[in-house]
Write a protein that binds this ligand. Structure first.
Ligand code: ADP
Ligand code: MG
Length: 261
């Protein structure tokens, strides 16, 4: 059976099953599971050091989990695949990374390339798109994030909010099934946060499947269909964001939310 059909059958775009991650003798993730259906927007909250970034990185195997599996489009990935040097395993890993896009706190744009070149790079190098077509698509994507006028600027000539919007366009250019955001507005001056959140809200409305690590609780409440509170490498509490925020059950979440106010 074709993997697209399998993914539709289960109804899930992404499923993480009991993800564990140890660094030497530190247990950072202690068995985290989640399922995202197409169009789900899931927010991940939790104190610094609770494992949010490590979990996101495990979902596309930027960090190889020490236990558990990630299933996307009906294909299941586990550590043994990623550690194997076989051609099939490497191909599978490339496929996973293509299907799961990532936007980082620190933008991570290539400084020597213009905005348009940053967006085209993946499609040209990885997807082997002809440069002309890739550039035209890059310009469309930059227009979607409100940056038509900035296509030929380098990152150093752009504000933080503009750089992050280029980074979002770059992630979209790979047509990922799922987009992961790791505190996308934490490095921004307060007056630039809104423009990035507005772009993310549009993506959510378009039905993109997204996982968002954020400290912007009001944004997370408004945009996400589900909220997960991580604590010490475990899911402490999860549910509809309004319920979690209005009536947190665990003392830890109560304290965390009180600190956010
Ligand atoms: P969060 O994003 O929630 O702040 P992280 O996932 O960055 O948390 O980190 C969770 C814990 O894992 C922290 O205690 C951190 O020090 C540890 N950690 C993360 N990456 C590494 C690493 N490469 N080596 C050792 N410890 C790590
Ligand atoms: Mg983090």
């Amino acid at each position: 059976m074709n993997s697209n059909i399998k993914a539709l059958d289960t109804g899930f775009v992404l499923r993480a099953d009991k993800i564990e991650k140890h660094f030497a003798n530190i247990e950072v993730l202690r068995g985290i599971s989640l399922e995202a259906k197409r169009g789900d927007v899931i927010s991940l909250i939790g104190a610094s050091g609770s494992g949010k970034s490590t979990f996101l990185r495990c979902l596309n195997f930027l960090e190889i989990p020490t236990g558990g599996t990630v299933t996307i489009r009906g294909e299941t990935h586990q550590a043994s695949d990623a550690l194997s040097r076989s051609r099939a395993s490497k191909q599978k890993l490339r496929q996973l990374r293509r299907e799961v896009g990532m936007v980082f706190q620190s933008f991570n744009l290539w400084p020597h390339m213009t905005a348009a070149e940053n967006v085209m790079e993946g499609p040209v190098r990885v997807l082997k798109e002809p440069p002309k077509a890739a550039r035209s698509r890059a310009l469309d994507l930059l227009a979607r994030v409100g940056l038509s006028e900035r296509a030929d600027y380098r990152p150093s000539q752009l504000s933080g909010g503009q750089q992050q919007r280029v980074a979002i366009a770059r992630a979209l250019a790979m047509n990922p099934d799922v987009l992961l955001f790791d505190e996308p507005t934490s490095a921004l001056d307060p007056e630039l946060v809104g423009e990035v959140l507005a772009v993310m809200t549009d993506l959510a409305k378009e039905g993109r499947t997204m996982l968002i690590v954020t400290h912007e609780i009001a944004f997370a409440r408004d945009v996400s269909s589900k909220m997960i509170f991580l604590r010490k490498g475990l899911v402490e509490e999860e549910g509809p964001p309004r319920d979690l925020i209005a009536s947190p059950k665990s003392e830890e979440l109560q304290r965390f939310l009180a600190r956010m106010r």
